[in-house]
Design a protein around this ligand. Structure first.
Ligand SMILES: Nc1ncnc2c1ncn2[C@@H]1O[C@H](COP(=O)(O)OP(=O)(O)OP(=O)(O)O)[C@@H](O)[C@H]1O
Length: 272
């Protein structure tokens, strides 16, 4: 067995990801404060909260991109800092909010980057890698512009290409930072349907930062509400999307409507 890809065998009993009372500051002020959060394998969790509440930062900490100042993030019970990088790159896909490539890569090449954690320094992509990439391009409806340069496509097209790259990565978990922010109505729903399908049919764990509370309540089985870097409420959409909680956290009066067809919630801010 290759030691580089081995993780502890006790892993199955642990949450996939655990933030154990972590705090983090970019400079002086803490932007994540004493957050304890377990993400179990197979969950579909939404991270919600006002601008600047720490959603992106928390996801970056959970993905091992940033290191907490205090305490640790554990991946299957092991401090994420000490996990073999290759195994981590195969296991966790991170989809950031902003995408820019430093070189003029084609869309197909960006999607192929999802396969890189599986290749060694001296191996080239094989037929199965190309098949996986082609399937990911088709699944995200990005195959039509696979030969265009990534930096020359629209923001919404980039978001779908980054999802394709994450699908090609075949990870255990996808952490996504506002993946629908640049998408039109059709593709917002398409992207969330793809995530739901990956979650239900392949067991991919999803943690996604979202501003659209209606879509969050429609697709996420759990919502974690942040304010000023702290978890204010963590539970089902019904537990979290309550008038008094939302008004306190977002500092605006809201009306909440329930869609009886799927149980989702529509939140309408009221002009004061
Ligand atoms: N690279 C950085 N350097 C310094 N401060 C940062 C950096 N990134 C974020 N911050 C600050 O950290 C805080 C949390 O930001 P973060 O992006 O995590 O919040 P967010 O909830 O994702 O916000 P939004 O909904 O606006 O995307 C904010 O006050 C932000 O200004």
């Amino acid at each position: 067995m290759n030691a580089d890809t081995t993780l502890p065998t006790t892993a199955a009993t642990q949450p996939l990801l655990r933030a154990e009372n972590i705090s983090f500051a970019y400079d002086r002020d803490l932007v994540v404060q004493e957050v304890s959060l377990d993400i179990q394998a197979g969950e579909f969790a939404g991270i919600i909260g006002p601008n600047g509440s720490g959603k992106s930062t928390l996801l970056k900490l959970m993905a091992g991109i940033l290191e907490p100042d205090t305490r640790n993030v554990l991946f299957r019970g092991t401090d994420i800092k000490t996990c073999p990088r290759k195994k981590l790159a195969q296991s966790i896909a991170w989809i950031p909010q902003e995408h820019h490539m430093p070189f003029p890569f084609k869309v197909s090449e960006v999607v192929m980057m999802g396969r890189h954690p599986y290749l060694s320094a001296f191996t080239f992509e094989g037929d199965s890698d190309y098949e996986i990439v082609q399937h990911a391009l088709e699944q995200t409806q990005t195959a039509a512009f696979a030969e265009r340069h990534f930096n020359e496509i629209s923001g919404g097209e980039k978001q779908r290409v980054m999802l394709a790259s994450a699908i090609a990565q075949q990870p255990e978990a996808m952490l996504l930072d506002e993946p629908t922010s640049a998408l039109d109505l059709k593709y917002q729903v398409e992207l969330l349907k793809i995530l739901k399908d990956l979650n239900t049919t392949r067991g991919v764990t999803i943690a996604v930062a979202m501003h659209d509370l209606h879509l969050a309540s429609k697709y996420c089985r759990r919502l974690v509400l942040l304010k000023e870097g702290r978890v204010i409420k963590d539970g089902t959409p019904e537990d979290v999307l309550q008038k008094d909680i939302l008004e306190r956290v977002y500092e605006v009066k809201v009306k909440i409507f329930r869609d009886d067809t799927d149980g989702s919630f529509m939140i309408s801010p009221e002009a004061s």
